[in-house]
Design a protein around this ligand. Structure first.
Ligand SMILES: NC(=O)c1ccc[n+]([C@@H]2O[C@H](COP(=O)([O-])OP(=O)(O)OC[C@H]3O[C@@H](n4cnc5c(N)ncnc54)[C@H](OP(=O)(O)O)[C@@H]3O)[C@@H](O)[C@H]2O)c1
Length: 360
């Protein structure tokens, strides 16, 4: 799987990333974040040589079980080790550890019934165990960003959630201009009530239509998509950019705030996949926190990790699926270049100055 890393640092309003979050990948010291130079990193598994301890683990928890266990671990200062088949919870668990470095927090990815190994003592430990019991960690590998053609053209209709404002809008605009594809945009707001939305829509130079709909309401999404298709034609591709990001510490999070972040990302993706029949391309906008964690971002990480996992599962039905895990500063030109990557079935992380595969 390809993973491409561009590092960006920006304060999320909660607090600046600490040193543990900013440790760069090999060679990242050469990068000047202000220069805008894009550096790419892939990842590969390498044997884990450190001593491991065997540990009990929470096996394949539901999101509710995970949250309850995390609250218990924080309250009691006890370890939290999760064994799961995917990395959906990786960002959440590392976010938790970044806020509570006194804890031992671990994710062990495994395909079978294996003893759960974790690194010793407090820290964030992320390991995978193969079918023979071998223990692996992931390591960064610099990569060239491949060139290629965007697999969309004037015959396509691209449905963009969150496409009326913000980064989703900027990427949709760039995509329309680069390919001639028609843009079927939606968000919750009405242009009549939202001057920023009206201004963004007015700046579009290619064919588009906009409908208001909430990603948390699957019926409203279906209704909006049908209305957009009546005006533009059948949707052939999806860019799922809608979502919210309200930084908060894990210990301050109420269930409602978590649901507010998870629903548009995960339920929203479900709603889009349910209403669009066999799209040629599905791109979801996640965040680097969703894979690597961020202090004050555990809920965002949970939402994006679960969405990434759901998108991967869609890969068995949709030929091209890509989750882009943006750092704190997105770039439309990079979005277009990533769409041109011929093998789109995977996850791409885009960030600056942070270790893409932190072990601690
Ligand atoms: N900007 C970045 O550098 C960056 C970094 C990491 C990740 N991302 C990801 O990129 C996406 C856009 O980020 P952004 O920074 O541009 O955020 P933003 O400015 O807050 O825009 C969010 C967009 O999503 C829409 N939206 C929010 N909740 C929705 C809902 N329930 N139903 C339908 N639409 C909804 C909003 O429109 P309404 O308000 O009209 O609903 C708006 O168009 C997000 O998925 C985010 O996780 C961006």
């Amino acid at each position: 799987m390809r993973s491409i890393i561009r590092a960006v640092q920006r304060d999320h309003g909660c607090r600046r990333p600490d040193a543990a979050q900013r440790t760069g990948p090999p060679g990242s010291g050469e990068e000047d974040p202000a220069s805008g130079v894009v550096r790419c990193f892939g990842e590969r598994p390498v044997p884990y040589d450190e001593p491991v301890e065997e540990s009990g683990a929470l096996v394949e928890p539901s999101p509710g079980e995970l949250l309850a266990a995390a609250r218990g671990a924080v309250a009691e200062g006890s370890p939290l080790i999760v064994a799961a088949r995917s990395d959906a919870y990786a960002g959440f668990l590392r976010s938790l550890w970044l806020e509570h470095p006194e804890l031992a927090v671990g994710l062990v990815m495994t395909t079978g019934d294996v003893v759960t190994p974790v690194g010793p003592g407090p820290g964030y430990h992320e390991l995978s165990v193969d079918e023979r019991g071998g223990v692996w960690r992931r390591e960064s590998v610099p990569l060239e960003l491949p060139e290629g053609e965007i697999p969309l053209g004037p015959d396509d209709v691209v449905l963009v959630s969150g496409g009326g404002k913000g980064f989703g809008h900027a990427c949709a605009k760039a995509l329309g201009e680069a390919t001639g594809a028609r843009l079927a945009l939606f968000g919750r707001s009405e242009p009549d009530d939202d001057p920023a939305l009206a201004a963004d829509l007015g700046a579009l130079t290619t064919d588009y239509a906009y409908e208001p709909a909430d990603l948390g309401d699957s019926l409203a999404v279906a209704h909006a998509v049908r209305a957009l298709e009546e005006r533009l034609g059948q949707v052939t591709a999806i860019v799922h950019a809608g979502g919210v990001n309200r930084p908060a510490r894990f210990s301050e999070l109420k269930d409602g705030e978590i649901a507010l972040h998870v629903a548009p990302k995960v339920g929203g993706l479900e709603a889009l996949l349910a209403v669009v029949e066999r799209p040629r391309l599905v791109v979801t906008f996640g965040s680097a926190a969703g894979r690597y964690g961020r202090a004050c971002g555990s809920h965002v990480a949970l939402a994006n990790g679960l969405m990434r996992d759901r998108a991967r599962k869609a890969g068995s039905l949709v030929r091209r699926v890509l989750t882009i895990e943006w750092g704190s500063e997105g770039r439309c030109d990079l979005f277009l270049r990533l769409l041109a990557v011929s093998d789109l079935s995977g996850t791409v992380s885009v960030r600056t100055g942070e270790d893409p595969h932190p072990q601690k």
